[in-house]
Design a protein around this ligand. Structure first.
Ligand code: ZN
Ligand code: ZN
Length: 118
């Protein structure tokens, strides 16, 4: 699966392998599950994280907003790469599932896959 997440702007590593392993889709399941009839998954522009084992830089940004909601910035170049929302209530397109609290915008990050990409 994925081994690393980098910032697309400064190209520095942001999340390591054990952290990107925790990514879930809009239905809170791992990516290798069957695609479902939900726009948030089919055309998903985000990847999601729950609050299990977050890196210190991300906890700092969430702590600064008292675990409410806010923007996530790259710890290296401060570019905006995602959002967090612990107030909740945000659902996916089919409205069956509540989105995980932390989301990264795919166009702002690079997900590096395991193995060589040809
Ligand atoms: Zn950056
Ligand atoms: Zn859905």
């Amino acid at each position: 699966m994925y081994k690393e997440m980098k910032c697309k702007k400064c190209r520095k590593a942001i999340l390591n392998e054990s952290e990107v392993k925790q990514f879930v889709d809009a239905h809170n399941s791992k990516f290798d599950s069957d695609p479902e009839e939900c726009d948030s998954i089919r055309n998903g522009t985000n990847v999601y994280l729950t609050t299990y084992k977050l890196p210190a830089w991300l906890l700092d940004q969430i702590d600064a907003e008292n675990w409410t909601k806010g923007k996530i910035h790259c710890p290296h170049c401060q570019n905006k790469i995602g959002t967090f929302d612990h107030i909740g209530g945000q659902k996916c397109s089919c409205a069956k599932y509540e989105l995980a609290p932390i989301s990264f915008v795919k166009s702002k990050i690079d997900l590096i896959k395991n193995g060589t990409s040809l």
